[in-house]
Design a binder for this molecule. Structure first.
Ligand SMILES: Nc1ncnc2c1ncn2[C@@H]1O[C@H](COP(=O)(O)OP(=O)(O)OP(=O)(O)O)[C@@H](O)[C@H]1O
Ligand SMILES: [Mg+2]
Length: 246
C-alpha cells in the first residue's frame, strides 16, 4: 500500500489556482522526484503534502487515512514527514547538536540520552559529527544543509520531503549534499524531492513527475521522462534546462 495517496488536490491563493488537480501516490521505499519550471507549483505541492499549506480541495491519505478529516491528529502526521528546505531553516541560536535534539525532546518527548544518541548517529551519517558545538553561522551552506538533513532524519520520519535542497548552495558544495541524498535513497528511505539537478534526478529516481502549470503533465521512470519523454511540454522543458541558451 502507498504511504501517501494524494487525490485531486487543488490549492488556490485568492483567485490564483496554483494546483489544479494533482493525484499521485508515494510508495514505501520509493524515490520520487518532481521537476518543472519555476512557478509550476512544485513547492506549493510539497507544502500541501505536509500541510504547511492547507489544500483548497482534494484528499491526502496517510497509510489509508484521510489527514484532512476532522479530528485527525495533524501534529502527529507532521512528525512522520521530514522536510528539508532550500534555505536550511536551522535554529540560529542553537548549536548543531541542539538543532538535531530539540524536536526529539519537545515533539517526540524522547529523553536526553536517546535524543543525543540519535542526533549523533545522524550527524555522523552526513559527516557533521565533528561540528556538534558549532552554531549555524559558523558553517558553510553545504554544512548547514547536511545538519538540516540530520535534524530531519533524527525525527525518524517515514517520508523525507526535499524542496530544492541544493539550489542555494555554492557549486562546490552541491556534490556533497547530493551524495548524501544518494546514500539515503540507496538505504531505502522514502523520499520526495523537488530538484533542478537533472543528472541527479535521472540517477536516483524510481519515478519522475514533471509538473507544468499546476498539473502533472507527465510521470514515469527516469528513462521514460529523460530518455523517452512523450509530451511536447516535457521535451521542451528538458531541452530548455539541459541546453540553456548562452
Ligand atoms: N503563499 C503564497 N501566496 C500567494 N501566492 C503564492 C504563495 N505561494 C506560492 N504562490 C504562487 O503559487 C505559484 C506557484 O509557486 P511555487 O512556489 O509552488 O512554484 P515552484 O514550482 O516551486 O517554483 P520555483 O521553481 O521557482 O521554486 C506562483 O505563482 C506563486 O506566486
Ligand atoms: Mg519552489
Amino acid at each position: 500500500m502507498s504511504i501517501i495517496q494524494i487525490e485531486h488536490l487543488k490549492k488556490s491563493f485568492g483567485d490564483n489556482l496554483v494546483l489544479k488537480d494533482i493525484s499521485m501516490n508515494v510508495n514505501k521505499g520509493e524515490v520520487v522526484t518532481i521537476i518543472g519550471a519555476s512557478g509550476s507549483g512544485k513547492s506549493t505541492f510539497l507544502r500541501c503534502i505536509n500541510l504547511l499549506e492547507t489544500p483548497t480541495d482534494g484528499k491526502i491519505l496517510y497509510n489509508g487515512e484521510n489527514v484532512l478529516a476532522p479530528g485527525y491528529d495533524l501534529p502527529k502526521y507532521r512528525t512522520h514527514l521530514g522536510m528539508v528546505f532550500q534555505s536550511f531553516n536551522l535554529f540560529n541560536n542553537l548549536n548543531v547538536l541542539q538543532n538535531c535534539m530539540t524536536g526529539q525532546l519537545t515533539v517526540l518527548k524522547r529523553d536526553e540520552k536517546t535524543a543525543r544518541a540519535t542526533a549523533l548517529e545522524n550527524l555522523k551519517k552526513v559527516g557533521m559529527d565533528r561540528f556538534i558545538d558549532a552554531k549555524p553561522a559558523q558553517l558553510s551552506g553545504g554544512q548547514k544543509q547536511r545538519v538540516a538533513i540530520a535534524r530531519a532524519l533524527s525525527m525518524d520520519p517515514e517520508v523525507m520531503l526535499f524542496d530544492e535542497p541544493t539550489s542555494a548552495l555554492d557549486p562546490e558544495m552541491v556534490g556533497d549534499v547530493l551524495g548524501i541524498m544518494k546514500e539515503l535513497a540507496n538505504s531505502g528511505l522514502t523520499m520526495v524531492i523537488v530538484t533542478h539537478e537533472m543528472a541527479f534526478a535521472k540517477e536516483v529516481s524510481d519515478r519522475v513527475i514533471f509538473m507544468d502549470k499546476g498539473l502533472i503533465a507527465e510521470e514515469g521512470t527516469a528513462d521514460d521522462i529523460f530518455i523517452h519523454p512523450k509530451e511536447a511540454r516535457t521535451k521542451e522543458f528538458l531541452h530548455r534546462v539541459l541546453h540553456p541558451e548562452p
